[in-house]
Design a protein around this ligand. Structure first.
Ligand code: MN
Length: 293
């Protein structure tokens, strides 16, 4: 069965948090994968990285990493100093992931997270710079055994890759076994004409998959058609990770960056979020059994 994972900031309002606690929690609930922001890896000593990896192995948890790239490291930037700095930054992150024996980096990591906020009649200059940067970054990823997942996200979070089709074009231009596409149901709901068709279009280039409702609550609680989604995953015989990525709490860095301006569940205390995490695992297992196994 596909590995099922959860994003750490379902529980936490700030991007950095107690990774030890959430490795144990994810294992206790029954998840296979814990995903978290890659940035804190740069602030960890080698001993710290080693101890987290050891704990994850003991708990049977695979660690994967995601990034909403800080615009100061925008690898699509028209400012050469910023662009080159971004390449170095991402290569350093990949190096830290290698130390963790990790294999997956995802997110908006092909451009600074956000939109340029200017009149943009043509995005080709940004696209070309991002491709140029990625050609260097992907060499490091190949050397380190890390797969780079290009996540198509909605128009309010990037101007470069909003759809499955754009993600595929980008990956085709880079042409490396270490780059693939990440689709996320929340973003697809905004940008795609058909979520099922978008999944089928990506086919065997799909290297990771994020789940979340139309409003980023737990899968099954909003109005997305989960039969359509799992049916399409079955059509392409997807065997990769499925990582749920709900955000339901107002406040903190996460509320600011994800634009969560109200609590999306009543009283989102730790116990309540734990219960939601258990529910999601059961829901996704039941959908996998219904459509794929
Ligand atoms: Mn996502």
């Amino acid at each position: 069965m596909n590995k099922l994972g959860i994003f750490m900031n379902f529980w936490e309002k700030n991007w950095d948090a107690d990774h030890v606690k959430y490795i144990k929690k994810a294992a206790e609930i029954g998840y296979d994968v814990l995903e978290f922001q890659a940035q804190p890896l740069l602030e960890m000593t080698d001993d710290k990285l080693k101890s987290l990896k050891k704990l994850a192995d003991e708990e049977g948890i695979e660690l994967t990493y995601s990034l909403g790239l800080d615009p100061i490291y925008d690898v699509s930037s028209l400012d050469e100093t910023v662009r080159a700095g971004g390449v170095t930054y991402l290569q350093r992150i990949i190096g830290q992931i290698e130390k963790m024996e990790g294999t997956l980096l995802s997110g908006v990591s092909y451009a600074g997270w956000g939109t340029p906020g200017c009149v943009l009649d043509d995005k080709k200059a940004y696209w070309d710079n991002s491709i140029r940067s990625m050609r260097s970054i992907i060499k490091t990823a190949e050397d380190c055994g890390v797969t780079y997942c290009v996540e198509a996200v909605n128009r309010f979070e990037t101007c470069l890759i909003n759809t499955a089709e754009e993600a595929l074009s980008y990956v085709a231009e880079i042409d490396s076994p270490n780059i693939g596409v990440l689709l996320d149901t929340y973003h697809m709901n905004i940008e795609e004409n058909s979520i099922g068709d978008a999944i089928r279009l990506v086919g065997n280039k799909l290297t990771s998959f994020h789940t979340g409702e139309n409003n980023r609550t737990a899968p099954g609680k909003g109005h997305l058609d989960w039969d359509e989604i799992f049916n399409a995953l079955s059509d392409i015989r997807y065997q990769g990770r499925i990582i749920c990525e709900p955000f339901v709490m107002q406040g903190g860095e996460v509320g600011r960056d994800i634009h969560v301006f109200r609590d999306l569940i009543d009283n989102p205390c730790e116990k309540k979020i734990d219960e939601e995490a258990c529910y999601i695992l059961e829901f996704e297992k039941s959908m996998l059994k219904k459509w794929m196994y």
